[in-house]
Design a protein around this ligand. Structure first.
Ligand SMILES: CC(C)(C)c1cccc(C(=O)NCC2(NC(=O)c3cccc4nocc34)CCCCC2)c1
Length: 254
């Protein structure tokens, strides 16, 4: 999958290009992440990419011209990479507080794109005429004030990359199932057996895999019910999980 990121701080993206599962996906050429700096598309001596806002007010606004050229170049590169460069297959996504909030379901939908061109704002934002002319979709990470769109762009890329086929490899089954069935995670334990006077729940040492799976599922259920009732409301159990829920309910009644 092809990612082009348009940002005045391209160096920030080393965070996902050089580390962990996303770094491995880049090394194995399952994913390409190209950083495009709008400053390279300026024509003045000062390489201006921001200007004072019309109508006055604090701060600066990112100019449309350099961003438009950067997006057009990103489209060329996406095409060279093999993407079908249209809004259905390689959308221009503006990371924005005005956008639709990113969810695991929208992440899954994005794994079907050939690629995506991510636009990161800084200062007070981007000239509206650039957004109306070039942006296919606005996506938000959530409701808090940030200094830029780069971290949201990296979060989006991280969540999409880990869902691509052949990325999670053998640990896919473990990590994939626990995180994406819509429940919070169960507690995890590893060596040493004793820490700060605390041992490990016996069931995890039993080697009884069915009991261990049941215990973990029960932990996920109770944690989700108590900490995230909103997720619990939205949770739709698989047939298997529905059976376990029944068994749990019966056990609770005893
Ligand atoms: C949401 C809230 C609190 C009501 C709000 C309302 C008004 C402005 C902001 C804000 O933070 N403006 C600054 C700005 N933020 C973001 O880019 C951004 C923020 C949050 C989630 C994001 N997901 O992607 C990008 C995101 C970075 C500098 C360029 C202009 C955008 C926030």
């Amino acid at each position: 999958m092809y990612f082009a990121v348009i940002s005045i701080f391209p160096e920030m993206f080393a965070t996902i290009r050089e580390f962990g599962i996303t770094g491995r996906a880049v090394t194995q050429e399952q994913v390409t992440i190209e950083c495009i700096n709008p400053r390279d598309y300026t024509t003045d001596n000062y390489r201006r990419i921001d200007e004072r806002p019309y109508g006055g007010g604090p701060g600066m606004v990112m100019m449309a011209e350099p961003l438009s050229k950067a997006i057009e170049d990103a489209r060329l590169r996406a095409k060279e990479y093999g993407c079908r460069v249209d809004s259905e297959h390689c959308p221009v996504i503006y990371m924005s507080p005005q956008g639709q909030t990113l969810s695991e379901s929208s992440v899954v939908g994005m794994t079907y794109y050939d690629g995506m061109i991510l636009l990161c704002g800084r200062y007070e934002g981007i000239d509206e005429r650039l957004l109306s002319q070039y942006v296919d979709m606005e996506v938000s990470l959530g409701d808090y004030v940030l200094t830029g769109g780069e971290l949201p762009a990296m979060v989006l890329m991280d969540s999409v990359i880990r869902r691509l086929p052949d990325i999670m490899g053998d640990d896919k089954s473990a990590e994939q199932d626990s995180f994406v069935d819509g429940l919070l995670d169960c507690p995890h334990y590893t060596k040493p057996h004793e820490f700060a006077g605390m041992a490990v729940p016996e069931v995890l040492l039993s080697g009884h895999h069915a009991n261990i799976a049941k215990w973990r599922f029960a932990q996920q259920v109770s944690r989700t019910q108590t900490r995230r009732p909103d997720l619990w409301q939205a949770f739709t159990p698989t047939v298997e999980q529905a059976k376990w829920l029944e068994a749990l309910a019966k056990a609770d009644k005893k």
